[in-house]
Design a protein around this ligand. Structure first.
Ligand code: 13P
Ligand code: ZN
Length: 303
């Protein structure tokens, strides 16, 4: 019998397809974005015997509770544009070692590469999303969704406000993400703290926005996480256009949202329902400049 080819497995094939689609959408310039998919024992069992040359990759944020779990992950520095041509260079399979302070690279990432720099956010979020009694969310997906990022410069940055703005921008949004979209302050990417903050949001919302950077979405499978970003991003694009046309003159009302929720049997995020519409951020001016020049900080950064 021919040896099994992992690049023909359903999970590598699906990952290649989704990363290629994400690149085509313009969400993943250069090495922007990263995706992780939890693999089940039945997925990896046929390949285990062939993984003889493994390497250890330390993690900065030990993630407890995922010991022995396998994930298919995009590589750090990997260009989504190249995943289809060279899956073994740009993707890899990891196993979380006991205690969660390192992973074992079982396959992929080329000779010396490793998993995405956003591993703290991915693993913490996988842990936060596994809820006893509910179907496992196997996917965490990060990308630089253009219009949602653009909106983070002008909308008031609260989870309720961002959620309400997107719900009003397109009728299907409330049905697709009734639990809303979480948002945090700007933070340095690739750090343990942004990982913790992301996981805390994803425990309650299917998607989180990193202002001026991108989004993190969850899904039971790759298609669901992709579809969620696609829906929010489409609403984001509509909203950017509406704001550019001078702002809405009419919109989906609270009563309309109540009717939608009733028809589709969803319970919408109470804090977003409680708002009377959505708000732009306070306009920058002399008292509130967009960026503050802090000479001491600039000096320290340049030293
Ligand atoms: P990686 O190349 O390490 O996955 O980082 C890309 C990115 O989008 C960081 O936020
Ligand atoms: Zn990013």
């Amino acid at each position: 019998m021919d040896s099994l080819r992992i690049d023909q497995s359903w999970f590598v094939s699906e990952m290649v397809r989704v990363t290629t689609d994400m690149w085509r959408k313009g969400w993943d310039e250069r090495n922007g974005g990263n995706v992780s998919l939890r693999l089940l024992p039945s997925d990896i069992e046929p390949y285990l015997a062939s993984w003889t040359k493994t390497r250890i990759w330390p993690l900065t944020l030990p993630v407890a509770g995922l010991d022995g779990e396998y994930f298919l992950v995009t590589g750090t520095g990997a260009y989504f544009r190249n995943v289809e041509r060279e899956p073994e260079e740009n993707l890899g399979i990891i196993r979380v070692l006991p205690g969660g302070s390192a992973v074992e690279i079982m396959w992929g990432f080329g000779e010396k590469g490793g998993p995405t720099s956003e591993m703290p956010a991915h693993l913490s979020s996988h842990f936060a999303c596994q809820k006893p009694g509910s179907r496992l969310k196997r996917v965490i997906m990060h990308c630089h969704a253009t219009h949602v990022i653009a909106l983070s410069y002008v909308l008031e940055l609260t989870s309720a406000n961002i959620t309400r703005a997107l719900w009003e921008a397109s009728t299907e949004c409330l049905v697709v993400f009734p639990d809303g979209i979480g948002i945090m302050d700007w933070m340095v990417p690739g750090t343990d703290s942004i990982g913790d903050a992301t996981a805390a949001l994803l425990a309650h919302h299917p998607m989180a926005v990193w202002p001026f950077h991108g989004v993190f979405a969850t899904g039971h499978d790759l298609g669901e996480a992709f579809g969620l970003i696609e829906t929010a991003e489409k609403a984001g694009e509509l909203l950017v256009k509406v704001i550019s046309m001078g702002g809405p003159r009419q919109t989906i009302s609270t009563a309309n949202l109540v009717d939608l929720a009733r028809r589709f049997g969803v319970k919408p995020l109470p804090s977003a329902m409680a708002l009377n519409g959505w708000r732009m951020a306070e306009k920058a001016g002399a008292e509130k400049p967009i960026t503050r020049l802090e000479p001491a900080l600039v000096g320290a950064a340049l030293r």
